[in-house]
Write a protein that binds this ligand. Sequence first.
Ligand SMILES: [Zn+2]
Ligand SMILES: [Zn+2]
Length: 300
Amino acid sequence: MNNLEIPADSAPEFTSTSETSLLVVIVDSNPSQKMLRDNPHVLTHCIDSVIAFANSHLMQKAQNKLAVMACHSKTSEFIYPGPNKPLDVRQIDGQYEVFTAVEKTIKQNLAKLLATEKSTLVTESLLAGAIAMALCYIARIQRTKPPGCVLNSRILVVTGSGDSASQYMNYMNVFFTAQKQGIVIDVCALDQHLSLLQQGCDITGGLYLKVPQLQGLLQYLLWVFLPEPPIRQKLVLPPPVKVDYRAACFCHRELIDIGYVCSVCLSIFCKFSPICTTCHTVFKIPGPLAVKPKKRKIKL
Ligand SMILES: [Zn+2]
Ligand SMILES: [Zn+2]
């Protein structure tokens, strides 16, 4: 058989050298997270763990790619690679220059971002927006990659904030976009259980873990999230927990078990409304259910 006839899915052995793994880490740096309000030094610990984890990803293969984002209260920014030109670093204590550059760039850009934070207003982290930015970044890398190169992308969200149903629509949009693009979303919850992000992991085939102890964050990151998705099937990882698949109603953004769904646009409402607020379809007010009279059996 001619090599050209092999479909792209059954990748032959020789392309394995041109496989690249792109990891985008989203770190929640919002100062209004409960764990940071209790002890602001936790952020340093988290960033150190994420840097060590990111460098381990780069260490696995020379072709591996990395991007790190900080998700803040009002904005989400790429802190590696930063907006400025790459740092010029010399080797320190025999450490690989790329690792030094990753550490310095992340710390510098994060410090800049934290310094711009002035208001003490408590706002939620814009995680859905950060994931959307990560998806755009991955799409750009995918478009500009050299021909013949296979790019496996995944996103890791490290956050201590709770997920709010007010971003429900944005979350669902990014989850299904990621699923369509074949991008895995992993979530590492530091403080609270996150039911919406857990749905995202389930939809995209990623892993969800709420770390039992924050002190051991690096160990959890290395054991659970460092292996690439195809290898994970062969490992004994924390068993999947039951996913809470409740949806948020479009009227109050609250998670509901049972509600009304618009038959035209599939919007969800907790109470019946005669006009769908999304697509403006008019519905009849439901009357009492008509009960069919039982047919009497005729004895023969
Ligand atoms: Zn409602
Ligand atoms: Zn509708």
